[in-house]
Ligand binder design. Structure first.
Ligand code: ZN
Length: 206
């Protein structure tokens, strides 16, 4: 079965060049996007939500016009392996997730998804084969309507002001401070100087 307009091999080549490796999550993600896109009426302008920051955002960006940079993909890092596509105007759409209850039939996929074995002990080729064989059979599809508060549709981005904390330009908000000065600062040092009170964000995998 193709993944959107790509053969599986072509999609895997695309994934390798964009993502760096052919991650199983991107292969499953490809079928998730494929299933979701097929539910959207042709010619409908849709936006996307990824409920995890790993793998799925890249499948969405490779296979739809929705990217993080063009504002049509929202990454809401709930840690759930799910994505939604929805009509920009009505908020109606579909949510696709991996149906973990189906995994007893697919041992390699179950081992990968639930991290039952360290990566090096997993059989990568068998895993890939099972994902391709199972394709949409692995997935759950639900209809959704997006909460209006989550629409960005046509909202003005506001005027650019100079932050009273750091002196850098940012889109104006009620606090008169940029996001970093409000406390979400990834840097603990700047040009060799410590930033007092900077909250150290946990870096994934460290
Ligand atoms: Zn600032």
């Amino acid at each position: 079965m193709n993944i959107c307009s790509y053969s599986v091999d072509d999609y895997m080549r695309l994934v390798k060049s964009f993502h760096g490796s052919i991650a199983p999550g991107l292969l499953v993600g490809g079928y998730m996007v494929d299933l979701a896109v097929k539910q959207m009426d042709e010619g409908i302008l849709f936006d996307a939500i990824s409920e995890t920051s790993s793998c799925l955002p890249d499948a969405i960006q490779l296979l739809t016009p929705c990217t993080a940079g063009n504002g049509r993909l929202r990454i809401m890092d709930f840690g759930r392996f799910a994505l939604s596509l929805y009509n920009k105007e009505s908020g109606e759409g579909v949510r696709v997730t991996l149906n973990y209850k189906s995994l007893d039939e697919w041992g390699e996929i179950k081992t990968w998804f639930f991290r039952l074995k360290p990566k090096r002990e997993q059989d990568t080729a068998a895993l890939r084969d099972q994902i391709v064989e199972a394709n949409h059979d692995l997935l759950s599809l639900n209809k959704i309507v997006i909460n209006k508060d989550f629409f960005s549709g046509g909202k003005s981005k506001g005027t650019i002001k100079i932050c009273s904390g750091c002196g850098e330009p940012y889109p104006e908000n009620e606090d008169k401070l940029c996001g970093a000065c409000k406390g979400i600062n990834p840097y603990s040092e700047f040009n060799g100087s410590l930033i007092p009170g900077a909250r150290q964000l946990k870096i994934a995998g460290k």
